[in-house]
Ligand binder design. Sequence first.
Ligand code: URA
Length: 244
Amino acid sequence: MKPLSADRLLQSQGFGTRRWCQQLIAEGAFRMDGKVITDPHARIDPTAHGFSVFDEILEYRAQVYLVLHKPPGYECSRKASHHPGVLSLLPEQMSWREVQPVGRLDHDTTGLLLLSDDGAFIHRQASPRHHVPKRYRAQVHEPVDAALIALLQAGVRLQDEPAPIAALEAVATGAHELELVLDEGKYHQVKRMLAAAGKHCTALCRVAIGRLRLDALGLEPGQWRHLGADQLALLTPADQAARP
Ligand code: URA
């Protein structure tokens, strides 16, 4: 990789403005291979050297790909208005890097939420053409019966949609609980599909995106982690992967 100046390196990793990064470096907060570097213009190949800021050892990441176990009560919009934003659950560096959620979950929906600062990745994942199936677990007020499952599989009419919308899969998982797999991400889609079937959704959790499963990640609500290459490979389109 082309060497970067120390101040640009810290800026790229979300430590604030270039000026602020220069100040951090001048104050001795930055170390490369254990040695304090106070020259903000020192040239560094971040993939070849270990570096730390305030004694925290950092791994250089050109882009970040994160997964959050979204708790209820958080908004996915960048300028959250009624509830705290999901970005407040991440370190401040992620906001400086302009990390954004991939798509939206409602403020009361929980479960898997991807975030990244890679615009092409966000676009690809959010694009309807990418067709990554998403699995939701919904609690419903009314009993879940075979007629409801059959209706969701056959398709329900949603307002402003020209054709009925069907779940790729619908299965009862409890007396008042079902799982739905969708390959689209229309506004409030699960709640609207259930409402169109005459049911009221009382809680909703996204339990898988592609083959990436929430229960395999070991994340408590509010916890997040970086996604490795193996996990990113699980986010492949439906025609290249088995259903979650
Ligand atoms: N469908 C919904 O109704 N809400 C979500 O948050 C996600 C899918």
